[in-house]
Design a protein around this ligand. Structure first.
Ligand SMILES: Cc1cc2nc3c(=O)[nH]c(=O)nc-3n(C[C@H](O)[C@H](O)[C@H](O)COP(=O)(O)OP(=O)(O)OC[C@H]3O[C@@H](n4cnc5c(N)ncnc54)[C@H](O)[C@@H]3O)c2cc1C
Ligand code: FES
Length: 276
C-alpha cells in the first residue's frame, strides 16, 4: 500500500497528493508517469509525476476530477493509502541545452510541465513559460513555474487574471516578434496541444506534446494507448508520452479518447448514486 503523506486542494476540482513511494522516487525523471489503482477493484489510471523527493521517498501527483476514478481519488485524504502506484513509466522528457525553450501549460498541464521546465533550466536553457487556464480561480503553480522561468506569461480565457485569451495568442506573438525560440513544449488538453502545434508549424519550431490517450497497464502490452505519429503507430506508454506535435494524428487521438464515453458516464452516474 502507498500512503498519502499530504493532500492539498490546489483549486476547485484539482488536487495534489504527496505519496510515499521510495522505489519510484529513486528512479523518477521529468516527463514520466505512474499508473495508479485505488483498490483491488479499481481501474488503472496514468498520472504524471509532478515532483519527487528521493530523500523523503515521495512522489507528487496532481490530478483533475473528470470521471469515476479521479472523483474517488479526490475523496482520499492524508493518512489513507492507495493499493497500486506503479512507476516510473514512460520515456523521460528529452532534456538538453536547446537554447530558448517556450513551455506552454494549459489547465492541469501546469503540474507535468513544472519538472520539465526545472530540468531544462538546469541545463542552461532560457525558459519562457506560458500558463493558461479558463479563469483565475483555476490557476495554480504560477509562482512555482516562475521560479524556473526567465519570463512567465499568464492567460485566462475570461480575462479574470493576466492576459485575456488562450495560450496560443502570446505563443504566436512571440514567434512573430522574431524572439529566438529553439523548441516549444506544450502540455494540457488535447485541443490546446493541437493548436499549439498548429501555431508553431509555419515557423518551423520543433514542438513536443505530451499525449494523453486512455491507458491500461502502461507497459506496452495492451495496445490501448495506440496513437499515430508521422503515419506510424506508436504506444504512448512506452514510446512516449512525448511526441513531435507536428506529426501527431490529432483526430485519431480524439476519437480514441472518446471510445468509452458512454461507459464512463454510466460508471460515474452509478457511482454517484451509490455514494449519495
Ligand atoms: C501519460 C498520462 C499522464 C497523465 N497525467 C495526468 C495528470 O498528471 N493529471 C491529470 O489530471 N490527468 C492526467 N492524465 C489523464 C488521466 O489519466 C485521466 O483524466 C483519467 O484517467 C480519467 O479517469 P476517470 O476514471 O476519472 O475518468 P473517465 O471516466 O475515464 O473519463 C472521464 C472523462 O475524461 C476523459 N478522459 C479519460 N481519459 C483521459 C485522458 N487520458 N486524457 C484526457 N481525458 C481523458 C474521458 O474522455 C471522459 O470525457 C494523464 C493521462 C496520461 C495518458
Ligand atoms: S497502456 Fe497498454 S500498451 Fe500502452
Amino acid at each position: 500500500m502507498y500512503k498519502i503523506l499530504l493532500k492539498e486542494d490546489l483549486v476547485p476540482g484539482i488536487h495534489l497528493f504527496r505519496v510515499e513511494a521510495p522505489a519510484v522516487a529513486r528512479k523518477a525523471k521529468a516527463g514520466q508517469f505512474v499508473v495508479v489503482r485505488i483498490d483491488e477493484k479499481g481501474e488503472r489510471i496514468p498520472l504524471t509525476i509532478a515532483d519527487w523527493d528521493e530523500q523523503e521517498g515521495s512522489i507528487t501527483i496532481v490530478f483533475m476530477e473528470v470521471g469515476t476514478t479521479t472523483a474517488k481519488l479526490a475523496l482520499l485524504d492524508a493518512g489513507d493509502s492507495i493499493a497500486n502506484f506503479t512507476g516510473p513509466l514512460g520515456l523521460p522528457a528529452h532534456i538538453e541545452k536547446f537554447g530558448a525553450v517556450v513551455c506552454v501549460a494549459g489547465g492541469v498541464g501546469a503540474a507535468p510541465i513544472a519538472p520539465i521546465a526545472r530540468a531544462l533550466k538546469g541545463q542552461g536553457n532560457k525558459i519562457i513559460s506560458i500558463l493558461g487556464a479558463r479563469s483565475q480561480s483555476l490557476l495554480f503553480w504560477e509562482e512555482r513555474l516562475r521560479r524556473f522561468s526567465d519570463r512567465l506569461i499568464v492567460t485566462t480565457d475570461d480575462g479574470s487574471y493576466g492576459r485575456k485569451g488562450v495560450v496560443t495568442v502570446p505563443l504566436k506573438e512571440l514567434l512573430e516578434s522574431g524572439e529566438k525560440v529553439d523548441r516549444v513544449i506544450a502540455i494540457g488538453p488535447g485541443v490546446m496541444m493541437k493548436f499549439c502545434a498548429q501555431t508553431t508549424k509555419p515557423f518551423g519550431v520543433k514542438t513536443i506534446v505530451s499525449l494523453n490517450p486512455i491507458m491500461v497497464e502502461g507497459t506496452g502490452m495492451c495496445g490501448c494507448c495506440r496513437v499515430s505519429v508521422g503515419g506510424v503507430t506508436r504506444f504512448a506508454c512506452v514510446d512516449g508520452p512525448d511526441f513531435d506535435g507536428h506529426q501527431v494524428d490529432w483526430e485519431l487521438l480524439k476519437a480514441r479518447q472518446c471510445i468509452y464515453l458512454d461507459e464512463e458516464l454510466r460508471s460515474l452516474k452509478e457511482w454517484q448514486c451509490r455514494a449519495h
